[in-house]
Design a protein around this ligand. Structure first.
Ligand code: FES
Length: 147
């Protein structure tokens, strides 16, 4: 692992659970690495494959998708839809020469701030071991034709 490398991770968090858990972690003063940039979404089901790929194109080293626990999505099946899109995107990453581990979906309830923190720590650790994407991603769009 490169000790100087600080991965940039975009975290798409659904408003009702994951974002609330992140907010609770903040108000509870739970500490987690500052490597993540949270983007709040009404539901993970709103997130398109394009959003994940664009995050990588824009320089993210990893993308975390955090939604409600399975069976608890406020829009019923949004997190199941997101899970399928995440899995499809992993395949596209592979085809583009990026490790699929750079993209991960987790499920967390609004009250699980500690769990949210653990997910963030684990994601940062995983991506730090993988190293930066900037030398690998050049023409993700062209290679996959996905976006
Ligand atoms: Fe949280 Fe749908 S509202 S994943």
């Amino acid at each position: 692992m490169n000790n100087n490398f600080e991965p940039k991770i975009v975290a798409f968090c659904c408003h009702y659970c994951a974002y609330a858990a992140a907010d609770l972690a903040g108000s509870g003063r739970l500490q987690y690495p500052p490597n993540i940039r949270i983007i709040r979404s009404p539901c993970t089901g709103r997130l398109e494959i394009d959003f994940f790929m664009k995050a990588f194109e824009a320089g993210a080293d990893g993308v975390l998708v955090a939604g409600c626990e399975e069976g608890s999505c406020h829009f019923k099946e949004g997190n199941y839809l997101a899970k399928r899109r995440v899995n499809t995107t992993k395949q596209l990453l592979l085809e583009a020469g990026l490790e699929p581990e750079r993209l991960r979906m987790v499920n967390v309830s609004a009250a699980s701030s500690q769990k949210f923190v653990e997910y963030v720590r684990d994601m940062v650790e995983t991506v730090a071991k993988l190293g930066p994407t900037r030398n690998k991603k050049t023409t993700t769009k062209e290679k996959t034709g996905a976006i």
